[in-house]
Structures are given as structure tokens and as C-alpha cells.
Design a protein around this ligand. Structure first.
Ligand code: G6P
Length: 611
């Protein structure tokens, strides 16, 4: 949520910052701005996309080798030019960019107004920069010291970068709760919300920790604690390919990421499923094996699509490892005094590894003694670092706001985890385990086959693009897939859609069915197949329009459904990995046909770092 980028070095800062902002636009895109320090401290900002900012500054003097930029996802104050970042202090000698929320901004603002500070925006961020200015004035101290003291007064989350006209050739940054990474080049430094703006310049990075202050000046990087103690920066090698964050010929990142799934699923299994040797490995659980074996309960916390992956895991883990599982929205869990013991394992699932509610749920569970296992995609992310143990999904960067390949990678890792736990606990026979391993190995090829349905799905999308409502039905393992299909459609096409367990339809949604209601039914051949067929009959009797996702070769459903999408057959346990593919494609094509911005849907952000 909100992207920040800053540069100090020997090159022109503005093009580097703008390019970085484009890369970070997935985090927020309602307004954007830059501040450039070159004797003067100039701030240029504009409502709209980064491209609007580019057009706006094309005539301005942007010559500078120090600067910073921001792309916003509004929290305090509507998206407009005034609320866009960077924000000046009252004297316009200091500027700030900020990702996060300052919770006590109202009280601070009143105090600062009494001291004569004036405000031009509705943001909490403008309060922050004026607080720094006021502290610097009161204490006659350096900018760095003023920032440090200000951090003791603000409550909330932040990743900030501060520039001052009085401190040329200097960048001050700090974080608590919002991500920040520093790139170290040859006589140049980069600061960003994630590594994507940095990768073409350097592969040496430092992930900033909470409560750390970064000072870049005189060609040096210094990191200090909030208590002003110098810290040794831990420099890591960045393993990110430039290709992986570009569209690679696809019109949208979302489509590219949908089509990447055969590879990303394979990557998430690599080294973990060793079919030849008949082994399953997961380095992350090794040290906690006994805890997993003796767990009395597993609680899964997540948000959005990751929560849907958690629901699939509930079926998987209970089925294969016979451990009771509860799946919780992290945002609810963190505020409801849950009962957690030291024998519980909490699995936190997050693509970004930065979701504020999931992070807070982890802290709560930790404080009660539970073992925390993280499943994250972004390496080095806050959640990955806050957990006791974990497994990365290795899906590669996911840029499209609607999550696709991260979901299937999460489900793959959770499947492997459930299989390993079942094996260790003796709740799955060797034969069944072997069968599942063989089948899991075929999934990338089956996903490739499902992707070949693209043209057919595009035709179906043409037919239904003007619908105003959609229902998605599934049972068992396919119920979370129905929820995920409905979420995808809502997110990017703005059509109202609901996912439902097929049998629950009789308790409400059936009242909605008429000849205008499209109903996507996931009816693959599994243990609830017959029952789903009955549900399809019930919809048909009420003239609902049925789009059925069926297993290849199904002879029954084609006679009942208006459209039939045949996916390769696989084990019931693995079916979500295949059945979700046509639903991703359907939402994608409907959104494109409706002229929606697929990669940057309105109001959404990829990484939700505020609660
Ligand atoms: C946002 C994103 C979703 C994502 C959810 C959870 O809502 O738009 O795509 O599923 O956050 O994010 P996480 O990074 O924790 O998986």
C-alpha cells in the first residue's frame, strides 16, 4: 500500500525514481509525486497515475542527483493533488514521503497548529513532516536527530524518507511496520518499498528492520536504532530477475501470471517433491517436526486470496494429517481474544508477506506461545522474518493486483505440507502417499492443458460480460475455489459475485436465480459429484444459466449446462490447482471486455500494509 522510492548518487535521480514508481504502482495508484533536491527542494505531485505525473513534470526542471517519489493508495484524505506525496513542512525546507498510517495524527496536528504550523492536506503524513520540523526547531538539532525524536512521538506504521534543503546530499529514512529495502550501488544508494525499482542497478540490498533509521550521506550508509545505537547492515544478494517483473509480451501482468502457473507450481515443488527418490522434503519444518507431529490444532491466518488457500489447506490437512484446522481472517482473529496454546501451530499465509492484519495476528499468536509457520512469496518480507519457520512459495514476483499464481503456489506448498505431516503422523498409507506424489507431479502439465481453454473461455466471457451478478458454486475442495472465482471477478470486473458451497444454495441464493443469473458450477468428478449434479438440476429448473467446470469426458453435465468447460482430471485433493484456472481466465476476459484496468483495479492495492 503506497510505494516509496528514493535515490542518491551520481546519476539523474528523476528518471530512476519515475521508473521505480511505475514498478511500484501495484501498491497504489491514485496519485504520485516526486521531490528533487538540487539546491532547491522542489516537490511535483499530481492526482492520477504515474504517467499523469510524468506528463505534468515533462516541462519542469527535474535536474537533481538526490530525490524521492511516491505512489499513493489513499488512507487519510481523498485522492487529489494536495493529498499526494511528497509533503512539505510549513517552511517548505523539509519534505517527506510516507507509506503507512499515523494513528495519533489528530492530537499531534492540534499541537503543531498551536505552534504555528499550517497544513494544506488532509493527510497524517503532513503532520509527520511538521513534527520533524518542530522538533528540529525546538532542539536546534540535525535532521537525523529530529527524525529519530519524532519517531518516539508517532503511533502507527511507517516507511518514510525525508529530504531537507538544509541537508544537501543526504537521505534519511526509517521504518516500522511498512517494508523498506536499501540498494547499495557503486557510490549510489536506492531506497524502495520492494526490490523491483532497484534490480537493474545493483543486487546488493539491505532489508531495513522495524525501528531502524537509515542515514545516507557522504557516500556512506549508516543504520541506527531508535535509541541511536549504530547497527551493522546485513547486506544480502538479491535473487530477482528483471524479466520476472516485466510483461514479457503479454498485455497485462495478470495474464502473464496466469500463464506462468505451470512453471510457478513446478518451482514451488522443486526440491520438495522428489518422485524418483520417493522423498518429500520441506526444509522449513525440519526444526519443528515434533511440534507438527504433536500439534493439537492448526490455526491458519490470512487475508483475501491467501485466506482461500487456507480454506483449501483445511480440507487437505484434516484429510491427510488428521489434525483439526481452523481458518481465520487475520483481521478478525487479532481482535477477538482467541484461545491459543503452546501446542497450537499457526500457519500464516501471505503473498506479499506485508499484510498488516496477518502480521498483527502472528504477533498475537506468538505472545501466547504458539509456533508460527509462514508461507510467503516475497523473500525477506516482514512476515517471513516474523515467523519461527516457514516455506517460500517461489512463485516469482506477482505484480497483477488480483492474485493468481501466488494462490496455486500456496496451495501446492500446503499440499506438500499436509502430505509430509500425514506421512510423519502415520495418517496416510504409503500407497496413498505415493499415488498423490505421482499425481502432484502431473499438475504442471494439467495446468498447461487447462490454459489451452483460453479461447473457449474468451467466447464465454463475451456472452456474460454485461451480467450484473454471478454465483459460483462448489463443494468440498472446490468450495474455496468457488470463493476464489467470485473474488477474482469482483476484484477486476466490478461485477457482484458470490461464492457458495453448492448445497447451501437452497438456503438463500436459490431465490436469486432467474434467466439472467449466470451460475458457475465447479462439478469435477469427485466424491460430491452426484450431489453437485443435483444442484445443477435445481438451478436448471429455475432457468439459471449454467457454466459448468467438469472433468474431461463428462457425459452427464453437458446435457444440462449451457456452457461446459472440461479440465483435465486429477485427484480430488489436487483439483483446486486445476479447477481454479478457468475461473481466473473467465474473470480476466470479462474484465478486459468491460474495459477495466485489469492490473490496477479501482480502490484495491496489492499489499495492504494498513489495517
Ligand atoms: C490484497 C490483495 C489480494 C491478497 C490480499 C492478501 O487484498 O489485493 O490479492 O490476496 O491482499 O495479501 P497477502 O499478500 O497477505 O497474500
Amino acid at each position: 500500500m503506497c510505494g516509496i522510492v528514493a535515490y542518491l548518487g551520481h546519476r539523474e535521480a528523476c528518471p530512476i525514481i519515475l521508473k521505480g514508481l511505475h514498478r511500484l504502482e501495484y501498491r497504489g495508484y491514485d496519485s504520485a509525486g516526486v521531490a528533487l533536491l538540487n539546491g532547491d527542494l522542489n516537490v511535483y505531485k499530481k492526482k492520477g497515475k504515474v504517467s499523469d505525473l510524468e506528463a505534468y513534470i515533462s516541462e519542469k526542471d527535474t535536474h537533481a542527483t538526490v530525490g524521492m517519489g511516491h505512489t499513493r493508495w489513499a488512507t487519510h484524505g481523498e485522492p487529489n493533488d494536495e493529498n499526494a506525496h511528497p509533503h512539505y513542512s510549513t517552511s517548505e525546507r523539509i519534505a517527506i514521503i510516507h507509506n503507512g498510517i499515523i494513528e495519533n495524527y489528530a492530537a499531534l496536528k492540534t499541537h503543531l497548529q498551536q505552534q504555528g504550523h499550517t497544513f494544506h492536506s488532509d493527510t497524517d503524513t503532513e503532520v509527520f513532516v511538521n513534527l520533524i520540523e518542530e522538533i528540529q526547531k525546538q532542539n536546534s538539532c540535525s535532521l537525523e536527530e529530529a527524525v529519530r525524536l519524532a519517531l518516539h512521538e508517532v503511533v502507527g506504521a511507517y516507511a518514510i524518507v525525508v529530504l531537507s534543503k538544509d541537508a544537501p546530499n543526504q537521505l534519511i529514512a526509517a521504518r516500522k511496520g511498512s517494508p523498506m529495502v536499501i540498494g547499495i550501488g557503486d557510490g549510489e544508494f536506492f531506497i524502495a518499498s520492494d526490490a523491483t525499482p532497484i534490480i537493474e542497478y545493483t543486487n546488493e540490498v539491505v532489508y531495513v528492520n522495524d525501528y531502524e533509521i537509515v542515514v545516507i550521506r557522504d557516500g556512506q550508509l549508516e543504520i541506527r536504532s531508535k535509541e541511536d545505537v549504530s547497527q551493522i547492515p546485513y547486506i544480502q544478494k538479491l535473487e530477482l530477475e528483471l524479466d520476472s517483473i516485466e510483461k514479457g509480451g503479454y498485455p497485462h501482468f495478470m495474464l502473464k501470471e496466469i500463464f506462468e502457473q505451470p512453471r510457478s507450481i513446478l518451482d514451488s515443488m522443486r526440491g520438495r517433491l522428489e518422485l524418483g527418490a520417493g522423498h518429500l522434503n520441506m526444509g522449513g519444518i525440519r526444526a519443528y517436526e515434533q511440534k507438527f507431529i504433536n500439534a493439537q490444532r492448526i490455526i491458519i491466518v490470512a487475508c483475501g486470496t491467501s485466506w482461500h488457500a487456507g480454506l483449501v489447506a483445511e480440507y487437505l490437512i484434516e484429510d491427510l494429517a488428521r489434525i483439526p484446522v481452523e481458518v481465520e481472517y487475520a483481521s478478525e482473529f487479532r481482535y477477538r481474544n482467541p484461545i491459543i496454546t503452546e501446542r497450537d501451530i499457526v500457519i500464516a499465509i501471505s503473498q506479499s508477506g506485508e499484510t498488516a492484519d496477518t502480521l498483527a495476528a502472528i504477533e498475537l499468536a506468538k505472545s501466547k506461545g504458539a509456533t508460527i509457520f509462514g508461507i510467503c512469496n516475497v523473500v525477506g518480507s516482514s512476515i517471513a522474518r516474523a515467523t519461527d519457520a516457514g516455506a517460500y512459495t517461489h512463485a516469482g514476483p506477482e505484480i497483477g493486483v488480483a492474485s493468481t499464481k501466488a494462490f496455486t503456489a500456496q496451495v501446492t506448498v500446503l499440499t506438500l505440507l499436509a502430505m509430509i505431516m500425514g506421512q510423519k503422523r502415520g495418517t496416510i498409507t504409503d500407497t496413498k502417499l505415493r499415488e498423490l506424489m505421482v499425481e502432484l507431479d502431473t499438475i504442471p502439465a494439467k495446468v498447461t492443458k487447462a490454459l489451452e481453454l483460453d479461447a473457449q473461455i474468451q467466447e464465454i466471457a463475451e456472452e456474460f460480460k454485461d451480467a450484473t451478478n454471478f454465483l459460483y458454486l462448489g463443494r468440498g475442495y472446490n468450495f474455496p475455489v468457488a470463493l476464489e472465482g467470485a473474488l477474482k471477478l469482483k476484484e477486476i470486473s466490478y461485477i457482484h459475485a458470490e461464492g457458495y458451497p453448492a448445497a447451501e444454495m437452497k438456503h438463500g441464493p436459490i431465490a436469486l436465480i432467474d434467466e439472467n443469473m449466470p451460475m458457475v458450477v465447479i462439478a469435477t468428478r469427485d466424491s460430491s459429484y452426484e450431489k453437485v449434479v443435483s444442484n445443477i438440476q435445481e438451478v436448471k429448473a429455475r432457468k439459471g444459466r449454467i457454466i459448468a467446470i467438469v472433468s474431461e469426458g463428462d457425459k452427464v453435465i453437458p446435457a444440462m449446462a449451457e456452457y461446459v468447460i472440461e479440465v483435465p482430471h486429477t485427484s480430488e485433493v489436487l483439483m483446486p490447482l486445476v479447477s481454479v484456472i478457468p475461473l481466473q481466465l473467465l474473470s480476466y476476459h470479462i474484465a478486459v471486455l468491460r474495459g477495466c484496468n485489469v492490473d490496477q483495479p479501482r480502490n484495491l492495492a496489492k499489499s495492504v500494509t494498513v489495517e
